[in-house]
Design a protein around this ligand. Structure first.
Ligand code: IVH
Length: 764
């Protein structure tokens, strides 16, 4: 086979695997095999540059940063939609609008297609001869920005279409899924940058970046639902169009309903509203479209919107209220979080009287003042937040809010001096003995996913700390060891001196038994429970999977390697003699640079190999981030963990654990293999509650392995909704098939597996 033929074959194969991975969420080859194909293609293209084409999967992040975006004219204007509002117009307005369209199209039987209104950024994609030629924003509807380079980085967007018309213009929405948004905001906060207010702003902000390499790092997705120019052969119905677009590899709305009457449309709206919280991305309404495309032109348009479609906006997830005051909560790490005390207001099914203000910088940037009218927002599962101030309603006497001044420079819980972390936007109470921190750490340890000490929440934790019985969470174990825990707990006063209310012997017995049981919980649960900076449940499980015990984590070579790798990566970049800034370097200097560069690269490679072989890193699937490998934890976490164990608090913790005889070991420890050890699982379809990576992680934690294709060696296939060929293969091979409940039961059978992680803020 000639290099040209092989290149083309590899591209087709890789694009097909991309489609299976990113669109169908059902990969059919392992990451390793995928990487091998990708590498082969890259090498062929390097050896034969004449074969390189812009639609090659190696070229998603091709271009250089731009100076600005070029303006492009839309061949067909990108219209907007007129709205109907659930809270203002109600379902009756749907019937009224449908009647108005029926009047415009007398004698026709009308069908309606209802789709989710994805809360993102509208874009238009133009494919010419199957290749992506142009991607643009809506702009003013007639002209938009050419953001082709940025759109190319979105992995669910096909770069090449097969069997498509010579010109195909598709329209849809770029959005940031909630999970990705959460992670993205965390990373911004960790870098001391202000988070975005909502996923839509984050998506819009990302598409506006001039450097596509940065865009490639943002978790963006795309869904397509319409056409610009209508090509020959396009279907004449909206539901047909969605199916047709999917055949080219476009992601289309998964939820849609074909309706034949206003009543059916209203039912479909309710059905959508009932399930949309499970989509994993934000929807702000439903879009109702006349299904027969041929009839649309006859219904016509108003100035900027079609008469044949409407957006039905759900009750807004924003509301206006008054900021009565600002209180400050002390977290388990001492971080001081300002909390808005609000005039209670109704928002998406609940009454909100408090919202996070994130940190002092956020208050200053938004110039939020006590007494202001503010807009609050609740996005998905995200804690409600103050979005902005209604300046027109500001009392002229309202004064700017000064965080440190407001607190008089003192921690509201312990009265000690507060400090501002110079790297981040947060103020801290540095006093490890601060009672608020003690309580938070105790509550944290008691969480179900940590040591599961039922009965130790809220007031009990408060009183244990207040009474001086518990200063450090491990004090519980000391009390239990000398058998004073139960009696002390039994007489603990949860009320006031005037109105005492004791915890009681029965509750005390129960809690004491839970403490005793907790001693033998596995490493992951303990690492989670100990409130080590940056270590939450997920990281705790990841660390436990590759370490034996806490002392090993404390001096972990793996973590040190993650840090060293980061240093080396910087060094490799800084010493690159070919980089622009070293272009003018005199020969001696250039030689020295080259030496440093070569040595650093060599060491980097060997560190990466050792991280890979120990299973603490894996090859990156996303070629766009140019990293090649992804470590189980990043340098921030690695640094924080190692620093903690050399700090006074960390060394004291190690000493106390030893003294108390608590020595949690990893469940992934080879001396005690997980109960699913040796069992191979294949996951297919969408499970009702567990996300696929989560299910896979839990199987692995229990010692099992997860592969992507079904074979005779497969022990179980876990099938969710819309499971495809793998389910059939399993049936043919007679492999047992589990649903989610079956899998959970099997995982639980081992006893020590964690429950599902709940979104549990420290805030309330
Ligand atoms: S159709 C001429 N369908 O909503 C009709 N729009 O408020 C063009 N949107 O600009 C739009 N999900 O950005 C349509 N399923 C969907 C949509 C959708 C989100 C956005 C789109 C549009 C805006 C109008």
């Amino acid at each position: 086979m000639s290099p040209a033929q092989r290149t083309s074959q590899l591209r087709t194969e890789i694009l097909e695997h991309d489609r299976r991975y990113y669109i169908d969420a059902a990969p059919s080859i392992s990451d390793r095999d995928y990487d091998a194909l990708f590498r082969e293609l890259r090498e062929l293209e390097e050896a034969h540059p004449e074969l390189l084409t812009p639609d090659s999967p190696t070229q998603r992040v091709g271009g250089k940063p731009l100076e600005g975006f070029r303006q492009v004219a839309h061949s067909v204007p990108m219209l907007s939609l007129d709205n109907l509002y659930a809270d203002k117009d109600g379902p009756a307005a749907v019937a009224k609008w449908i009647q108005s369209v029926e009047k415009l199209l007398p004698g026709e039987t009308l069908e309606w297609l209802l789709e989710p209104k994805v809360d993102g950024v509208a874009v238009s994609l133009r494919y010419e001869d199957g290749g992506l030629a142009l991607g643009a924003t809506r702009g003013d509807g007639d002209h938009g920005d050419d953001i082709t380079q940025n759109l190319r980085t979105i992995r669910s967007l096909p770069l090449r279409l097969h069997g498509a018309p010579p010109v195909l213009e598709v329209r849809g929405e770029v959005y940031m899924p909630l999970e990705g948004f959460g992670r993205f905001c965390e990373s911004l906060q960790a870098a001391g940058e202000p988070p975005f207010a909502n996923p839509r702003n984050a998506a819009a902000g990302s598409l506006k970046l001039l450097d596509p390499r940065e865009v490639a790092k943002r978790p963006l997705e795309i869904v397509l639902y319409g056409l610009g120019e209508t090509p020959e052969g396009a279907p004449d119905t909206q539901d047909g169009l969605l199916q047709w677009l999917a055949t080219f590899g476009f992601r289309t709305p998964r939820f849609f309903r074909l309706c034949h009457s206003a009543a059916e449309v209203v039912d479909a709206i309710l059905a959508l509203d009932a399930v949309r919280d499970s989509f994993g991305f934000e929807t702000d309404g439903a879009v109702i479209k006349l299904n027969t495309i041929g009839l649309r032109a006859r219904a016509g348009f108003t100035a900027r919107a079609p008469r044949w479609a409407r957006a039905y906006k759900f009750v807004p997830e924003q509301a206006e209220t008054v900021l009565r005051g600002i209180t400050v909560q002390v977290g388990r790490t001492g971080a001081l979080t300002p909390v808005a005390e609000l005039e209670p207001v109704h928002l998406r099914g609940s009454t909100i009287s408090r919202a996070t203000l994130h940190n002092a910088d956020e208050i200053r940037e938004k110039d939020i003042r006590i007494g202001d009218a503010v807009i609050i927002q609740k996005a998905g599962e995200v804690i409600p937040a103050v979005l902005n101030v209604v300046l027109s309603k500001r009392n002229p006497l309202a004064e700017p809010f000064d965080f440190a001044n407001h607190l008089g420079g003192k921690c509201p819980a312990c009265g000690g001096d507060i400090v501002k972390n110079p790297d981040f936007a947060v103020w801290l109470c540095p006093n490890l003995h601060c009672p608020a921190q003690r309580t938070r750490r105790l509550e944290y340890m008691a969480k179900r996913t940590a040591l599961d000490l039922e009965g130790l929440g809220g007031i009990v934790a408060d009183k244990l700390v207040e009474s001086g019985l518990v200063k450090h969470p491990l004090d519980l174990f000391a009390l239990e060891q000398n058998q004073t825990l139960s009696p002390q707990l039994a007489s603990l006063n949860l009320g006031t001196t005037e109105d005492p209310r004791v915890f009681g012997p029965k509750n005390a017995q129960k809690l004491s038994a839970a403490v005793q049981r907790a001693r033998t919980l596995p490493l992951a649960r303990w690492l989670h429970a100990l409130a080590i900076p940056e270590v939450g449940e997920t990281i705790a499980h990841a660390l436990a999977a590759s370490h034996q015990d806490i002392p090993q984590v404390a001096t972990s070579e793996l973590l040190k390697n993650v840090l060293r790798r980061e240093e080396l990566r910087k060094l490799v970049e800084d010493s690159n003699p070919k980089s622009r800034r070293h272009k003018e370097a005199p020969p001696q200097e250039a030689e020295r640079l080259l030496e440093t560069h070569t040595a650093a690269r060599q060491e980097l490679r060997s560190i990466e190999e050792s991280l890979l072989s120990s299973g603490f890193a894996k090859k990156s699937k996303r070629k766009t981030d140019e990293e090649g490998i992804v470590c189980t934890v990043g340098p921030n976490v690695a640094g924080a963990v190692l620093a903690y164990f050399t700090s006074d608090a960390g060394t004291e913790l190690l000493r106390r654990l030893k003294q108390l005889g608590i020595h949690p070991v990893s469940a992934a420890n080879p001396t005690s293999p997980g109960h699913l050890s040796g069992k191979t699982f294949v996951l297919t379809g969408t499970l009702p509650t567990l996300k696929r990576p989560e299910a896979a992680e839990r199987i692995r934690l229990a010692g099992g392995s997860v592969t992507s294709s079904v074979s005779r060696k497969t022990d179980y296939v876990v099938a969710g909704a819309e499971a495809g060929s793998k389910l059939e293969e399993a049936t043919q091979l007679g492999i047992p098939i589990l649903d989610e409940a079956g899998l959970l039961a099997m995982l639980e059978a081992g006893g020590s597996q964690p429950g599902r992680q709940t979104l549990q803020g420290e805030l309330f």
